[in-house]
Design a protein around this ligand. Structure first.
Ligand code: NAP
Length: 326
């Protein structure tokens, strides 16, 4: 059984382990729609309800893929999508747009691609520098009133932006990168979420695969976006992979995989996690992480061994850092 958590103060109670769908369309090498649809169906069968996408994943492809899954049986799935990152098809370069006009257009386009009348959770994917968050929240609150979105989320925001946004309209969830490789959110954002009753959703909970112990420089496709990320480049990747030994040792004690321990650690923090995968085998392994209950000693050992800031290299390139506040 996947444990459940409330999505903010007025949202539904949802299974804490969701599914990240990004890699099914872009960024992490080859994709295969038939295989991805099988992963989506199996996830639903195993009790996953939160499916995470964004309009820019594969330039709309990811939302259209989810629409196929929703039609084929995933009708009670809880769909979270995002707007705000504008990219030309196939280009990593982006601009950030949180203007009310663009929000309305982007929402209609996502609804059309998803084939739904309402988006369950609509996130501001990145924050536009120089534009007050109050403006975007006003437009999003209008979309709630119009019945086009049920809940509002923010991604990669500072605690200050969260507080300002929440004062305009309740924010249901903050989604930011969080894993043993990336613990920046523990300082201010996660405490602010707890204080305000906002759910925290950990994206890239496996450190984009680093914590699986199954990835190395050779296994990444030529066009895998991670090749350009500082943490995955050259010497930094070797240094980071060398740090997985402690995780492996703890995994052995539980007869588990490093990924399962990494996920069990995130879940033990009382937050949602949305690991991404294109494979049924990985999905099933990740779901079984809910059966791994780490002892207080092992949690403390992981906290110590993977202290904040202990991995080498930034998590994104300068382009990818656009609109990231926290
Ligand atoms: N809000 C944002 O700005 C933002 C940014 C990034 C991601 N996200 C969301 O978060 C989701 C998850 O993040 P992510 O996909 O970046 O990173 P992740 O979940 O940390 O890691 C995904 C990687 O780990 C591999 N993997 C998954 N399970 C595994 C297992 N059991 N054993 C070995 N390898 C395993 C996957 O391989 P395969 O692909 O080969 O299955 C993939 O390469 C995304 O899908 C997206 O929905 C949001």
């Amino acid at each position: 059984m996947i444990p459940t958590l409330p999505l903010g103060t007025d949202g539904p109670q949802l299974p804490a382990l969701g599914l990240g769908c990004m890699g099914m369309s872009e960024f992490y090498g080859e994709t295969d729609d038939a295989q991805s649809l099988a992963v989506l169906a199996r996830a639903h069968e195993l009790g996953v309800r939160m499916f995470d996408t964004a309009d820019m994943y594969g330039n709309g492809h990811n939302e259209e893929l989810l629409a196929r899954f929703l039609k084929e049986g995933g009708r009670d799935a809880f769909i979270a999508t995002k707007f705000g990152v504008r990219r030309a098809p196939g280009e990593y370069a982006r601009s950030i747009d949180n203007s009310p006009d663009y929000i309305r257009q982007a929402c209609d386009a996502s609804l059309r691609r998803l084939g739904r009348e309402r988006i369950d959770l609509y996130y501001v994917h990145r924050i536009e520098a120089g534009r007050p968050i109050e403006e975007a929240m006003g437009a999003l609150a209008d979309l709630v009133r119009a019945g086009k979105i049920a809940h509002i989320g923010l991604s990669e925001v500072s605690a200050d932006t969260l507080r300002r946004a929440h004062a305009v309209h309740p924010v249901a969830a903050v989604q930011s990168e969080y894993s043993l490789t990336t613990r920046d959110m523990e300082a201010e954002v996660m405490p602010a979420c707890r204080e305000l009753g906002v759910a925290f959703v950990a994206y890239s909970p496996l450190g984009r695969g680093l914590l699986s112990g199954a990835l190395d420089g050779e296994s990444l496709d030529k066009d895998d976006a991670r090749r350009n990320f500082p943490r995955f480049a050259g010497n930094a990747l070797d240094a980071n992979l060398a740090r997985i030994d402690r995780l492996r040792a703890i995994a052995t004690k539980y007869d588990a995989t490093p990924s399962q321990i990494a996920l069990a650690w995130v879940l033990a923090k009382g937050v949602f996690a949305i690991p991404g995968t294109k494979r049924v085998t990985y999905l099933e392994q990740n779901m079984a992480a809910t059966d791994v209950h780490l002892t207080a000693d092992d949690l403390a050992e992981l906290d110590r061994a993977y202290a904040p800031g202990s991995f080498t290299g930034d998590r994104y390139t300068a382009e990818g850092m656009k609109g990231i506040e926290a």
